[in-house]
Structure formats: structure tokens, C-alpha cells
Design a protein around this ligand. Structure first.
Ligand code: EPZ
Length: 416
């Protein structure tokens, strides 16, 4: 089990290049199943989950030519329409092969993704939507079996806003017969990035980015080249780390228009933020002010930034409320932060954080991807050494995080 050792106290200073977005890359890689032509993806982040998704697609028969931060898929020899439990259990996003497989081949066998640390993570809305489009779906021995002669367009209403639910059904609808309307759809920027890629492949999609998306099915999709959008959560994570350590950093090759609420909260914290094209500069002097956050679907405050802001609030001036409305168990980082001296009370989906003058380094354990990022931020500000165990969670979603942080002056090393 690898660990990270961090000596706290160094303000982050300098520049860092933001990688392609994990949560755009994963659905867009599955779009490779929708065509027999080549789909070339650039600005692909070098992440564990991207590697897992590539292996999953290759075992289905997709050919993949890999280069640095780039991949070229060709889907003309796909002969296995199964996503086995072994691969799905480590990466729930594997559910995103379901829609494309049923749409193109009329057949799919995908392991039900188990739950994970942050919640039960059901996929009932994915299944309901495909059934509305005419798929026959049975669930047995932990697998989803879906069959359809030809999917038909349908009007689908999401009881709950679901990001991958929206993405799965948008991909399925791209090759269905007729028109599909997704209502109460997710508005995340990653949904728009997927729609941009699908349009480049010949799909007819309008309304992505709003809660009402209309897809008119086409016979075939052709190949394309798509540049993955920058990762807004990686961007937000580095900005929060710079604010917490009283630093001054510049993010390169990112976008500010996909981070509105996060930038607004950081301004409330007392950071000075300037945006210049694809760069964001953050300057922080003095102690951060505590700031309330309440997660909700985009364009509201993103749940994937909740843990990071909790770390910031631990050492801020004043108290703050952190309310998590998306996942039922996304406060796993609270226990670990308490080990570092944080003062946090939890009541249901609400945490009250009372800022303390400083945290003390200790050994802590990562429980999920964004909780790991939160512990890294806490380690960067704690006095003394913090050792974070189980950092494989971190490697799933942050490309070369310790080298990027070292470049910014952090005292951080990986212990094999
Ligand atoms: C995506 O997960 C992201 N993952 C998550 O990022 C992110 O936290 C989440 O969206 C919310 O923004 C990827 O894009 C690969 P949801 P997803 O379906 O699509 C319930 C990270 O750290 N729901 O939008 O799985 C669900 O239980 C990860 O990068 C159903 O009830 O999330 C949750 O309460 C973590 N039935 C809510 O909807 C369904 O069929 C939102 O989930 C689907 C979802």
C-alpha cells in the first residue's frame, strides 16, 4: 500500500498545468463503442481510471493506440459485449458502456456496479431510461442484461439529476430511431464535452448544458478527433490548496467559466482571483475566512469540491456549515480531519466546522478520491508531518499530484 508523506507549512507558489477532465474522459472513451471508425482523443489525463476504462474497452475488441495523454480507438472489431465484475467493481463509470453497447449492437451484459464509500450509487435511472427506449432488461447474478432490436427515441424524465445517467442515455439515443428528450437532465460541463464529441461524430444533439436535451437518432456515427476539456475539480483542488496555505499560484490550460461557484466561494474566503484566458491566478494573504457550502447539481456548488472546502474551513477564521445533498455518505473525511485536530460536528447531511488556529500532522487514511484530496490539503497546512495511507484513491483522479505539488513548493513524497 503506497503512502504520501507531507511536511506542512509551505505556501504553494508557482504555475501548474491542469490535466484533461477525468469525468469528461471516461464517458467520451465509451463513445468509441458507437462507431467502427477511429476516435482520436487528445488531452487525455494519465489516470488509473482512464487505464481501467481503456482495458475494459480493449477486452471488448476495441483497438487502442496509446500515446502520451492521447488515445486512438477503432471500434470495427468489437466482439464481446460484456463488462465483467472484476473491472466494474474498481470503477463504477464502467456503467457508461451500457448505453453505447445496446444502441450499436442491441446486446450488453454489464456487471451492476457495487456501492462505494460515498453512497449506494444505484443505476436505476440508467436502466429505466433504456427500458423507455425499448430495451428488454433483466438483472441476474449481479449483471444487467440488456437487449434491443433497435432502440426507439423516447421522452425520459429523471426523478433525480444524474450525470452518468444523462451521459449513458445521450449516447444510447444518438443511434436510436427517432427523437429522445431527456428532461431534468444533468447540466455539468462534462455532459457538454461529451455532446461536443458526439456531434463531431455526426450525432444530432441540442440543449446539452440545460436540463432539457433533445437527441435525434442517426443511422451511423463516424470517427472524429476530440480534445478533452480541462478538469474543473483538479483546478478547484489546487486553488483551495493555495488559499489554505496562503500561497500564490497560476493554473494554466484551464477554464474559469466552468468554476463560477468555486471561484465565488474562494473570493468569500478572502482570495484574490484574476482570470486571463485559459489561466486562473490566485493570491492569498492572511488567514482564510470560513465559508458555508451546500452541494447541488451544476451550476450550483459541486459535490466533488465539498471535502476540499471542508479542509479549508478547518483552519479558517470562524465557523461554517458544509451541507452535502448529493451523496448520503460523503463525510468520511471528517473522522480523519479530527485526527489532525479539526473541530467538526456532523448532524445528518450537515457538518459544522469550527476553524482552529492550526492542525497537527498525524497518520490518516484516504477513503475515497476527493476525501484523499482533502487530506492532502490538510497535510499541506498541518504542523509537522502527515502521512496519508491508501493513496490509490488519489491516483484514480489526480494526474501526478505529488510532482505537481512539489513544483509548487510543497514538501511531499510518496512512500512505497
Ligand atoms: C458523477 O457520478 C461523477 N462521476 C461523480 O464524480 C460526481 O460526484 C457525481 O456525478 C455528481 O456530480 C463521473 O462523472 C464518472 P449521479 P454519478 O448519477 O453520475 C443518485 C468523482 O469524485 N442516482 O449524478 O455516478 C445517486 O445515488 C466522482 O470524480 C440514483 O438514485 O452521480 C446520487 O445520489 C465521485 N439513481 C445522485 O443521484 C441513478 O440511476 C447523483 O448521482 C443514478 C444516480
Amino acid at each position: 500500500m503506497q503512502k504520501l508523506a507531507i511536511q506542512g507549512g509551505n505556501p504553494l507558489r508557482g504555475e501548474v498545468r491542469i490535466s484533461g477532465a477525468k469525468n469528461a474522459a471516461l464517458p467520451i472513451m465509451c463513445a468509441g463503442l458507437l462507431t467502427a471508425d477511429t476516435l482520436r482523443l487528445t488531452n487525455l489525463p494519465d489516470l488509473h481510471d482512464v487505464g481501467t476504462m481503456r482495458k475494459l474497452l480493449v477486452q471488448m475488441g476495441v483497438s487502442a493506440e496509446v500515446a502520451t495523454n492521447e488515445i486512438t480507438f477503432k471500434g470495427d472489431q468489437i466482439n464481446n459485449w460484456e463488462a465483467p465484475y472484476e473491472m466494474v467493481k474498481t470503477m463504477r463509470a464502467a456503467i457508461l458502456v451500457l448505453g453505447p453497447l445496446v444502441a450499436r449492437f442491441g446486446d450488453a451484459k454489464v456487471s451492476l456496479p457495487g456501492g462505494c464509500a460515498i453512497g449506494s450509487r444505484p443505476v436505476d435511472l440508467h436502466i429505466k431510461g433504456l427500458q423507455a427506449m425499448g430495451a428488454e432488461i433483466t438483472i441476474e447474478h449481479g449483471y444487467i442484461h440488456a437487449k434491443a432490436k433497435k432502440l426507439k427515441g423516447a421522452r425520459i424524465f429523471f426523478d433525480i439529476v444524474s450525470v452518468t445517467g444523462t451521459e449513458n442515455l445521450m449516447m444510447a439515443a444518438a443511434l436510436a430511431e427517432g427523437v429522445t428528450v431527456l428532461e431534468n437532465a444533468a447540466r455539468e460541463p462534462e455532459v457538454i464535452d461529451l455532446a461536443n464529441c458526439l456531434r463531431a461524430m455526426g450525432a444530432k444533439i441540442v440543449g446539452d448544458g440545460t436540463d432539457n436535451i433533445t437527441i435525434t437518432g442517426v443511422e451511423k456515427l463516424h470517427g472524429a478527433t476530440h480534445h478533452i476539456m480541462p478538469d474543473r475539480i483538479e483546478s478547484g483542488t489546487f486553488l483551495v490548496a493555495a488559499a489554505a496555505t496562503g500561497g500564490s499560484i497560476t493554473l494554466r490550460e484551464t477554464r474559469a467559466d466552468i468554476l463560477d461557484t468555486v471561484l465565488e466561494k474562494l473570493t468569500e474566503v478572502g482570495a484574490k482571483i484574476t482570470v486571463d484566458g485559459t489561466s486562473i491566478h490566485l493570491e492569498m494573504s492572511g488567514r482564510p475566512k470560513a465559508v458555508n457550502v451546500r452541494t447541488a447539481p451544476h451550476p450550483a456548488f459541486p459535490t466533488d469540491m465539498q471535502a476540499q472546502f471542508m479542509a479549508l474551513n478547518c483552519i479558517a477564521e470562524g465557523s461554517a456549515m458544509v451541507i452535502e445533498t448529493i451523496f448520503e455518505n460523503r463525510f468520511m473525511h471528517v473522522q480523519e480531519l479530527r485526527r489532525l485536530g479539526a473541530q467538526i460536528d456532523v448532524e445528518g447531511n450537515t457538518s459544522v466546522v469550527r476553524g482552529v488556529a492550526h492542525l497537527e500532522g498525524a497518520t490518516v487514511m484516504a477513503t475515497d478520491l476527493r476525501a484523499s484530496a482533502c487530506l492532502v490539503i490538510a497535510g499541506l497546512v498541518a504542523q509537522g508531518e502527515t502521512v496519508i495511507d491508501r493513496i490509490y484513491h488519489l491516483d484514480r483522479g489526480y494526474e501526478h499530484i505529488e510532482s505537481k505539488l512539489s513544483q509548487l513548493g510543497a514538501n511531499i513524497r510518496r512512500i512505497k
